[in-house]
Structure formats: C-alpha cells, structure tokens
Design a protein around this ligand. Structure first.
Ligand code: ADP
Length: 448
C-alpha cells in the first residue's frame, strides 16, 4: 500500500479521499489554490501545498505544479477526485512517467472512454446497444442532416470530449440542426479545445441509469448495481438513488452485465461508471458514456452495498486483487443523495458564493453528510457550487424519502441560499414518490 498520497482536488471530494486514506493508514498531502488556503479540510491532511492563484487553470489544472508538489512531498500516488484533471489521460501519463501512481484507470483506457465516439464504437464491438446515431464523427452540416434523415428527429448533437452538458444541442428539424450544429461545435471548441461532434437520436422522456463497476489490474471485475439519476436540471444530476425504483431484476441483470462487458472491453481498472438511457417504456437501454473516475454520487452505492469505493480505488491502484466476490455484493435497502449547492433556485439556480455564518448539519439514523462546509467557511466564487452531499440509507425507498425529507428540514445553512428547499419540492411530488419520472421531469413539473 502507498505511504503517502497527494490529493489533487478540493472541497468535499478532497475530504472524502483524506478520510479513506486515514482509515488505510496512508499519509495525505493536499494541494490547494490561494482561494482555498483557509479551508478546514486542509488541517486534516498531513501536509498542504499551495499550487497557485484562485483560477483553476492556474492551480487545480496545472499538472506540472501538482506533479512537482508530489515529488517534493515524496508522495507515491495521486488521487485526482472528480472534475479538474480526473479524466485527463495526459495527466495520468505524466504521473506514470514521473514514477507516481495515478489512482484511476490506465491512460489508455481513459483516452478510449474519454472520446465518446470511440466509446460508442467500443460498445458496438462489445455488442452493447447504443443510441441510434452517427457511426463516428460528423464533420459538416450536410452529413448531420443525412444522419438525422436516417434516425429521425429530434436529434442530439454531442461533443466527443463532452462533459457537464457542454457542447450538447437538440434539433427538431433541418433548419434548427444547421444552427445547433455550429453552436455545439463552437461550445465544444471553447470548453474542450476540441470541436468534434457526433449525433444521437434524442430519446423522448428517457431515464438515466448508470452502473458502478470495480475492476483490478489482474482482469477481475465486479458491478455494484445501478444508480437512478433521472432527477436532473439541464441534463445535470440533482438527486441520485440506488436501487432504481422501477427496473425489474431481469433488466438490472442485463444492465450490470453490459457494464461489465464494457469494462472488460476497455481493459478498465479502478472505479468506473457506465451510463445508460432507458427508453420511456422501460424496455430498451442504450449505453451513452463512461465516467473514468469516482463520481459525485458514489455514496449511494456505498450505502446499499457496504463497499468503500474510494478505499478500493486506492487498493486497486496499489496492485491489490479485488477481494470482492460478485455473489457477496448484495443490495441492502435504499439510498438517496441530494446535492446541496450554494445556488438560488428562485433565480435560475444562480451560484451564490459567500460566507456561511450559521450551519447545522442534519444527522440521525441512516444519515451521511459529506461536506467540507462549516460555520465561518467562505465559499469561493471560482469553483462549482457544491457545498455538501446529503445521503440517507433506510430499509425501503419510502422510509428513505421520509428520512431525507426530515433532514432537508433540519439542515440550516445561512445566509447563503441553497438547493435544499428545492429538493423538498421534488421529494413531495407524487410522481417522485411513485418513482414515475424521467430526465425531463424536473423542468416540466417543477420549473415551468
Ligand atoms: P455529459 O457528459 O455532458 O453530462 P451525457 O452523455 O452524460 O453528457 O448526458 C447527460 C444527460 O443528457 C443524460 O443524463 C440525459 O439526460 C441527456 N442525454 C444524453 N444523451 C441523450 C439522448 N440521446 N437522448 C436524450 N437525452 C440524452
């Protein structure tokens, strides 16, 4: 096992990794920007290193400074968390060249899955269904129109390097497609330095269901069942749960098997997620993309399976064999996560950084609060607005909803507006309670 791990991230995920390292007896080094210099979680690490000014392009995205910090601190591995450099194959490669273990998949697997058009091809080869669409990249508008003619409108233009919903545009007809094609390419170029796009049929009212996988460096794989992530706004997740409230055990088996096939085809190791859309009839599923990292919503899986995913990322990176047998991994009860963001839902979810003067975190039976925030903490305006993840675990979905509802009343974060009250509205909706929702539900029913 590693002696010292450098954590190349911030906020709640930096804290999550520190905690896992401590339990495994590993020393921690955390890098931080000037804007995060007073963050409380830094005190829990054995060492902290300032790597630059607030702007992430000058700090959390500076692979050279991060690797230099790791070398100076004598770290033998780097955990990238999620976001920032977590899915940057070049960074993984630089770590390897510097003799530092990157805690994640190989650079090759990351490169393959990071290109969504390549990942689609891989799925086709592995005989896992993908959304009908283009064979590969779509270079110009005329080709885009030809693809739309074969799959039928509406279509979705997606960036191969996409993430966070950027570079994604829906088109209902040829005229819209011409405009949307240009916009998607431009947005992808600005966000990822890569304008390449491909096209998928835009599914009506699908559900987003993803499968958590763990693979080791010796070719062993297990799945840890699914997460239902259809509660979204602008194609970004707000609430996640496990298990999905609607899938049959047959469908669960098929999805999990498909995820393992994909992981195997990509020679993937570490924790990874394979995302699928399920059509509104709940019959057909299609692979959309893979996430080659630990995800924000990983705790719901940890709670229903009892498996510490971050600890396994560390063990796998250190070369250990998966000591988990698929038959030993059981789904127990139901877990739900609400992302608590410093955003104002009444003002179009505008980010609201600032100082938290008063904070009471929820607690009690079955409650987990993963957060780096505390009274006196100043939320910097430079990064994403996630300030905490509220996760509950109970025997049934109904009990989990009741528990989450109670926690959302208990939580007090002032004077910053948060998404907590909005989550209450979702939880109170009859359709949510019945498990009858799709990726457009929040916008249709709650943000009209
Ligand atoms: P990103 O990596 O930018 O988050 P994803 O491919 O993971 O993009 O898709 C994010 C969300 O966009 C999905 O959860 C779903 O809501 C929506 N989406 C993606 N592809 C399709 C599609 N073909 N049809 C309908 N919705 C889609």
């Amino acid at each position: 096992m590693f002696t010292r791990v450098l954590i190349a991230n911030r906020g709640e995920i930096a804290l999550r990794v520190i905690r896992a390292c401590k339990e495994l007896g590993i020393q921690t080094v955390v890098v931080h920007s000037e804007a995060d210099k007073d963050a409380g979680y830094l005190k829990l690490a054995d060492r902290k290193v300032c790597i630059g000014p607030a702007s992430s392009s000058e700090s959390y995205l500076r692979s050279d400074r991060i690797i230099a910090a790791a070398e100076l601190a004598g770290a033998d591995a780097i955990h990238p968390g999620y976001g920032f450099l977590a899915e940057n194959a070049m960074f993984a490669e630089q770590c390897r060249q510097s003799g530092i273990e990157f805690i994640g998949p190989s650079a090759e697997a990351m490169r393959l899955l990071g290109d969504k058009a390549q990942a689609r091809k891989l799925a086709k080869r592995a005989k896992v269904p993908t959304v009908p669409g283009s064979e590969g990249l779509v270079e110009d508008e005329e080709k885009a129109i030809a693809v739309a003619a074969t799959v039928g409108y509406p279509v979705l233009i997606k960036a191969v390097a996409g993430g966070g919903g950027r570079g994604m545009r829906v088109a209902q007809n040829d005229t819209m497609l011409r405009g949307a094609f240009k916009q998607a390419r431009q947005e992808a170029e600005n966000a990822f330095n890569d304008a390449s796009v491909y096209i998928e049929k835009y599914l009506e009212r699908p559900r987003h269901i993803e499968v958590q996988v763990l693979g080791d460096k010796h070719g062993n794989y297990v799945h840890l069942f699914e997460r239902e992530c259809s509660i979204q706004r602008r194609h970004q997740k707000l609430i996640e749960e496990s298990p999905s409230p609607i899938i049959t055990s047959k469908l669960r088996k098929d999805l999990c098997y498909a995820a393992i096939k994909l992981a195997r085809a990509a020679e993937y190791y570490s924790a990874g997620t394979f995302e699928f859309l399920l059509d509104h009839k709940g019959q057909n599923f299609y692979f959309i993309e893979a996430n080659a990292r630990i995800q924000v919503e990983h705790p719901v899986t940890e709670l229903v399976t009892g498996v510490d995913l971050v600890a396994w990322q560390l063990r796998i990176a250190a070369g250990e064999k998966l000591a988990l047998d698929q038959r030993d991994i059981q789904l127990n009860g139901h877990a739900i996560e609400c992302r608590i963001n410093a955003e104002d839902p009444t003002r179009n979810f505008q980010p609201r950084p600032g100082k938290i003067t008063h904070l009471i975190a929820p607690g009690g039976f079955g409650v987990r609060w993963d957060s780096h925030a505390y009274a006196g903490y100043e939320i910097p305006r430079y990064y994403d607005s996630l300030i905490g993840k509220l996760i509950v675990h109970r025997m049934t979905r109904g009990e989990a909803i009741t528990c989450m509802r109670r926690c959302l009343e208990e939580i007090q974060i002032e004077p910053i507006p948060t998404t907590a009250a909005f989550h209450r509205k979702v939880l109170d909706h009859q359709c949510f309670r019945e498990g009858q929702f799709d990726t457009g539900f929040v916008e249709r029913e709650l943000l009209k």
